[in-house]
Design a protein. Structure first.
Length: 129
């Protein structure tokens, strides 16, 4: 039964996105306000160019300890190496991927279009339902 559950069944479809020009402090606040671990960074054409995560936010805050101010743009701190998953992938296969990765959320694509985000929490929800 679990093998028939797909990523699309449990992914978050309501995307909270950022631009590379977003101030990093505003990006951190957006993550916290929306209770999310990361947000896709989208260019002017709607293309995914990176991910800004809690870990990136922590790097900003720690850097500010030395620089005496939190400044910069998301584009300066985002992760540019993007690992994505297919919307039709098995949730079980994704659980195995999460086991071997430090990443907490992946962008989800369907036919080259980003359609959602899936997190470890989403996978756990699927596995126990």
């Amino acid at each position: 039964m679990l093998s028939k559950i797909t990523v699309a069944d449990y992914m978050t479809k309501r995307l909270v996105s950022l631009s590379k020009q977003t101030n990093v402090f505003d990006a951190i606040k957006k993550l916290l306000e929306n209770k999310i671990t990361c947000a896709p960074v989208i260019d002017e054409e709607g293309k995914l160019i990176g991910m800004f995560s809690e870990k990136d936010g922590m790097r900003v805050v720690l850097a500010s300890v030395y620089d005496q101010g939190m400044s910069g743009k998301v584009g300066d701190f985002m992760s540019k190496e993007i690992i994505s998953v297919d919307a039709n992938s098995s949730i079980v296969n994704l659980a195995e991927t999460f086991q071997n990765s430090a990443v907490r959320s992946f962008p989800v694509f369907d036919h080259a279009k980003m359609v959602g985000i899936i997190s470890r929490t989403d996978v756990l929800r699927a596995l126990v339902s």
